[in-house]
Design a protein around this ligand. Structure first.
Ligand code: OXD
Ligand code: MN
Length: 595
């Protein structure tokens, strides 16, 4: 055992005072024992093993169902380094606040030591973490989401270069819940929550918040992005990375099944949530997915919407907060099967279709191994990653934002990412459906001042001689009656194809104030019943509608004061000029410019 790990384990044990310490090796025997104990304690409920072998249900505490951003801190020595995008506490104050909460927290419990590897084994880009936790659910989930145990220890050797991730369920009270990041000390302390994003510390905490901090220092990028390969009928594969806020369909896009009307096309999945990107010797950006599994939103997952994910979660899957049918299989809103006449809801209470509450929690989740995903890319384990042709920024927007448009330059693309905003979802606690700014979909995950982050993005474009082209997409634009204008899901491939055409100097577009928008016939609609009128609406750029958007962008940029790069302020001023030039006074009469 690595001596540094051992001495840290001793220190933590002296504080948390567990009854037992188990160093996890990631073996099958260890998994079986953890499952047996979890079934006995009620932390897991066995699902129907004939129909869904290796599948279990976990019910969380009712108030511990999503990320709690207001209890999440970035603890840098200097407050400004965390920025207005993060809650901040001085590192020593944070340790002083959490030490009493951790003291004796593991009495009567087992302390599990979980070494884990983020990234492919043997990759010079991979990172090691060690999570100490008192939750069996966390251990079993880490076993799916990361390369746990031996591969991590082999990669680490006797080095001290690992992230110290300390987690305890504590008493699960939101009053004593904190998720504290110490980027300068390469550590995370999380207490009071068993929820994935708060408790599986390899994911949002290490692979995004701490990694983004490190990436800026070392000249790479840690992003909240999916990575997909798009294979054309000639079998040529090009890669796209896409940033979307939580619960905006990244997993569906990552596993896109092409429509029948586009034979010979195929999408392969490299990742659905996190991308680490680096400039390669060829001047391109290369991306890898540091995770080993998928932690996806369950409601809405069906054979119709995402058959690949649906098949993937029929075995060896942990479900959290879904409903349970009498035959021992799970159910959720948006399942292909109709609502059962009787079930237990996500809290284990009797439920019928007449119930006013949802059967599954809207942020109920599945945790499944990437290796079970039929569309997994053959490059998934490639230690160098894959070369990225295009970056897309997407969000959930009913109005204003066209189906797709293209940035004029890298700098303009960074501006499009920086001004991303989305209607909120159930992935974080708080009101759902409210518009909020979410630059690069990283607002909750950027481990340092976002003004510096924007500067870093600009710098990365300068460093890569052949950076990807950048696009904005919006699958969620609605018409007058609130009807979605675009079918989404597999048909999004049609938009990706236009994007890839543009990367090669093909594909028709018109220049508008906001960027290059496809002409009405530029996106292939073969076999699709989207009318010309709907297409016009989907691609419409109404300058008058953009006036308010420009004003609120200004508010965002001001938040960062002198940390805000001038180049993006210039982009903003340029947009304002272009909008004003395109507008006629009549456009502004009698308009409702809300959200
Ligand atoms: C996630 C999230 O779970 O973004 O991926 O919240
Ligand atoms: Mn995410």
């Amino acid at each position: 055992m690595n001596e540094q790990i051992r001495s840290w384990v001793d220190q933590v044990a002296a504080m948390t005072r567990p009854d037992r310490i188990l160093i996890c090796d990631g073996s099958e025997a260890e998994k079986d024992a953890l499952i047996t104990e979890s079934l006995a304690s009620g932390e897991l409920i066995e699902l129907n093993q004939q129909r869904m072998p290796g599948c279990y249900l976990h019910r969380s505490a009712p108030h511990d169902v999503a990320r709690t951003e207001h209890l999440t801190y970035v603890c840098t020595e200097v407050k400004e380094d965390a920025g207005p995008n993060n809650n901040w506490m001085a590192p020593d104050d944070a340790i002083a606040k959490l030490t009493p909460l951790f003291t004796g927290a593991m009495k009567g419990r087992t302390m599990y030591v979980v070494p884990f590897l983020m990234g492919p084994p043997g990759s010079r880009f991979s990172k090691i973490g060690v999570e100490i936790t008192d939750s069996k659910y966390v251990v079993l989930s880490m076993r799916i989401m990361t390369r746990m145990g031996k591969p991590a220890l082999d990669h680490l050797g006797d080095s001290n270069d690992f992230t110290r991730c300390l987690h305890s369920l504590g008493d699960l009270s939101p009053d004593r819940r904190f998720i504290m990041h110490f980027p300068e000390r390469n550590a995370v302390w999380s207490i009071g929550s068993g929820y994935g994003g708060n408790a599986l510390l390899g994911k949002k905490c290490l692979a995004l918040r701490l990694a983004s901090f490190l990436a800026r220092k070392d000249g790479w990028m840690a992003e909240h992005m999916l990575i997909i390969g798009v294979e054309d009928p000639q079998k040529r594969v090009r890669y796209i990375a896409g940033a979307f806020p939580s619960a905006c369909g990244k997993t569906n896009l990552a596993m896109l099944l092409p429509p029948k009307a586009l034979p010979g096309w195929k999408v392969t999945t490299v990742g659905d949530d996190i991308a680490w990107l680096r400039p390669g010797g060829d001047g391109r950006l290369w991306a890898l997915n540091p995770e080993f599994g998928f932690f996806g939103v369950v409601p809405g997952t069906s054979r119709r919407t995402n058959p690949t994910a649906f098949d993937m979660i029929q075995r060896n899957t942990i479900f959290t907060n879904v409903a349970l049918r009498p035959d021992g299989t799970p159910w959720w809103e948006g399942h292909d099967d109709p609502a059962p006449a009787h079930a237990l809801d996500w809290q284990g209470r009797p439920w019928t279709p007449a119930s006013t509450e949802k059967a599954a929690h809207p942020n109920s989740r599945f945790t499944a191994l990437a290796s079970q995903c039929a569309s997994l890319s053959p490059e998934f384990e490639n230690p160098e990653g894959v070369p990225i042709d295009a970056i897309i920024f997407g969000a959930r927007r009913q109005r204003r934002i066209p189906l797709v448009y293209e940035a004029r330059t890298w700098q303009h693309g960074v501006f499009l990412g920086a001004t991303l905003s989305s209607e909120t979802t159930a992935a974080a606690t708080g009101k759902v459906g409210v518009l909020r700014r979410d630059p690069m979909a990283m607002w909750p995950f950027c481990g340092y001042n976002m003004g510096d982050y924007f500067t870093h993005w600009l710098e990365m474009g300068r460093r890569a001689a052949r950076p990807p082209k950048i696009f904005r997409v919006n699958w969620f634009r609605t018409g007058e009656s609130g009807r979605f204008l675009w079918p989404g899901f597999g048909d999004n491939l049609r938009v990706l194809n236009w994007i890839l055409d543009r990367c090669e100097g093909r594909g028709n577009a018109v220049d508008t104030a906001i960027g290059a928008v496809p002409t009405i016939d530029a996106i292939d609609r073969t076999g699709l019943s989207v009318s010309d009128a709907d297409m016009i609406e989907l691609l419409k750029v109404d300058p008058a509608d953009w006036v308010e958007a420009v004003a609120t962008q200004d508010e965002l940029f001001r938040m960062f004061g002198d940390r805000m790069p001038k180049a993006l302020i210039e982009e903003h001023d340029d947009l304002a000029r272009r909008i004003n030039a395109a507008i006629t006074p009549a456009d502004l009469v009698g308009r409702d410019n809300g959200a």
